[in-house]
Write a protein that binds this ligand. Sequence first.
Ligand SMILES: Cc1cc2nc3c(=O)[nH]c(=O)nc-3n(C[C@H](O)[C@H](O)[C@H](O)COP(=O)(O)OP(=O)(O)OC[C@H]3O[C@@H](n4cnc5c(N)ncnc54)[C@H](O)[C@@H]3O)c2cc1C
Ligand code: FES
Length: 359
Amino acid sequence: MEYLHLEVKKIIKETEDAVSIHFKQPEDKKIEYKSGQFFTFIFDINGKEERRAYSLCSSPYVDADLAVAVKRVNKGLISNHINSNIKEGDTIKALAPTGAFTFVPDETKERHIILLGGGSGITPLFSILKTTLEKEQKSKITLVYANQSKKSTIFAQQIEDIQSKNKDRVNVLHYLDEENVGKKKLLGLKKQKPFLTKAKLKEMLAPLNLKVNDPVEFYICGPSGMMKVAEDTLLSLSFPSSIIKKESFVSLETPKSKSKTKNKVEEGEPKKVKVKYLGQEYDFDVKPGVPILQTALDSGVDLPFSCQSGLCTACMGKLIQGKIDMRMNLALTDQEVDQGLILTCVGHPMSDDVVIEIE
Ligand SMILES: Cc1cc2nc3c(=O)[nH]c(=O)nc-3n(C[C@H](O)[C@H](O)[C@H](O)COP(=O)(O)OP(=O)(O)OC[C@H]3O[C@@H](n4cnc5c(N)ncnc54)[C@H](O)[C@@H]3O)c2cc1C
Ligand code: FES
C-alpha cells in the first residue's frame, strides 16, 4: 500500500482546544480529493500504531494547501497529541483521502445545499461550503452550526467573512448552547442540557421555507446527539433519506447492537474468504467472531483501514460473492449495502465462498 508523508507547513490555533494543520501539496504528485473526504493519520505512539481519521477542511477548488482541523477530545490520545506536539516542519504519515461523504460540484446545477454541523463536524462541511460557493455559482448554501459557545466555534471568523461577502448566497445560522442555558432554566428544565432540539431546529429552518420537492441536499456532521436531532428533524419534515448525507466521527453504540443478521455464528469452523486487492488475491480462514480486516492484518496483509468501527468507509470493499454480516454500519447507506458494498472492519463471513474486491 502507498502511504503519504504530509509535510506540516502551518499550524493555526483556531480555538482554545482546536488547531488547523496545513500541509504542502506535493509538487511531484498532487494529492487528489473530494470535498467531504478524510485523511487517515498514522502515528507510532509508544511502539503501537494508532490510526485516526481527519476530514479535510480545505477545498480542492479553492485552497492551494491541504488542511484539517483537530479538536481535543477529553483524554483522547491522538487529538491531544496533535494539539500539543505537532509542529511546523513535521511529517505525518497518512493514507490517501477517502470516504463516501462527498460533495461533487456541478456547475449546471441550481440547488440549495444545507449543511448541519456541530463542533469539529464543521471540517468536511467547511470544505463543501467553499466548493459549492466556488463551483456552483447558481446554488445557495445554508449552514446551521451548533457549538457550546462563540469562543469554541471553529472557523467562526472565516465563516463570517464568507457570509458577509456572499450575503445573497450564504446564510449562516448559529446555535450556541451558552445562549440557551438560561432559557431552559426559565422553562423549569434544569436537568436538561442546553443542546439543539428538534423543535429549535425546525424553528431555525422555518424561514428558509423549504419544500420537499425543492432541489435541496443536506449534509450532517457533528456529535452523535446533534446528528440524530438533525436527521430526525429532516425526516419528520418529510425529506427523503436519499437527500440526507451523514458523516459520524464517533460511535456510542457497541458493534453488536447494530447487527442486521439474527443467526450470527460465533462458534464453529472458520470460513473461507478471498480478498482481491491491488492486483493480488489473498485467501483467509476467518474465525467466528473475528472481522475479516482483523484476520487479514493478523496474517500480515496490509489492507486499508482507519476507524475499525464501521464509521468511516476506509476499509470498504465490494462483495462479489457470498454472504457477510456487518456487525455495525454507520457509514454505508442501505442503497450502498444493496449494491454490495461492505466494510471489512466489521464484516464477518456468513458463507464459505466469500469473495471481496477492494479498490
Ligand atoms: C470519518 C471521520 C472523520 C473525522 N474527522 C475529524 C475532524 O475533522 N476533526 C476532528 O477533530 N476529529 C475528527 N474525527 C475524529 C477523530 O478521528 C478521532 O476519533 C478523535 O480525534 C479522537 O481521537 P483520540 O485519539 O483523541 O481519542 P481516543 O483516545 O481514540 O478516544 C478517547 C475517548 O473519547 C471518545 N471519543 C473519540 N472521539 C470522540 C469525539 N469526536 N467526540 C467525543 N468523544 C470521542 C472515545 O470513545 C474514547 O472514549 C473523525 C472521525 C471519523 C471517523
Ligand atoms: S475502518 Fe472505518 S469503517 Fe472500517
